[in-house]
Write a protein that binds this ligand. Structure first.
Ligand code: GSH
Length: 208
């Protein structure tokens, strides 16, 4: 299977960490692609009309996107403990954590548009501030709620999504989640020590 990837995408890294945790990494050929709404990548568009990575290209030619769908597919390919829990309550909590992680990345990208990516004259400070509010409220929610969420083994999809999202927010110098949030911080620090995280660290700059 070919994974259209990006070395600085939190969504793409989530997929690769998931593949590693599931023991599937050696079945993937990982190819880096730059993407941006202002910089068309024809190869990505041919497979995903949204022009976004990650995309997983299967042997029969099917292209799977987005990262949530790819992770669900990968979880059906291995015989380790499922990384998307089967039991309803645990499953909903893991998927909710993934949704929060996706929301953190979406808000972080929006902040970057309003701070560094858009030409200066087109930036909108109220949009930047509104998106930062979402980040801070989510950090506070996680600090309160993490104790009620599975944070052990297996390193499930919710945890994978959150760890890769937080590490991307740190990589891009977005508002810091660590000060004053000891539970979130120590959980994040433990995640960084995992082989799957160490093997997939972020690199590179967005090309707009
Ligand atoms: N919801 C999608 C988000 C994917 C996404 O936004 N990928 C970014 C890279 S970080 C991208 O390719 N952006 C290009 C664009 O927005 O045109 C997923 O989870 O896969």
């Amino acid at each position: 299977m070919k994974l259209l990837y990006q070395t600085h995408s939190p969504y793409a890294r989530k997929v690769l960490v998931m593949a590693r945790e599931a023991g599937l990494a050696d079945r993937l050929t990982v190819v880096h692609h730059e993407t941006s709404p202002t910089w068309r990548n024809d190869e990505v568009f041919r497979l995903n009309p949204l022009g976004k990575v990650p995309v997983l290209l299967l042997a029969d030619g099917t292209a799977l996107f987005d990262s949530n769908v790819i992770c669900e597919y990968l979880d059906g390919l291995h015989d380790r403990q499922p990384l998307i829990p089967r039991e309803t309550k645990a499953r909903l909590l893991a998927l909710r954590l993934q949704a929060l992680a996706q929301g953190l990345c979406d808000a972080g990208i929006a902040v970057r548009h309003e701070t560094v990516r858009r030409p200066e004259a087109l930036r909108y400070p109220a949009m930047r501030d509104g998106q930062i509010e979402k980040l801070v409220a989510t950090y506070d929610f996680l600090e309160r709620e993490l104790v009620h969420t599975a944070t052990g083994e297996p390193f499930d999809l919710g945890q994978i999504a959150l760890a890769t999202a937080l590490d991307w927010l740190a990589f891009r110098d977005l508002p810091d989640f660590e000060p004053g949030r000891p539970r979130l911080s120590s959980w994040y620090r433990r995640c960084l020590e995992r082989t799957s995280m160490l093997a997939t660290t972020f690199a590179g700059q967005t090309v707009d």
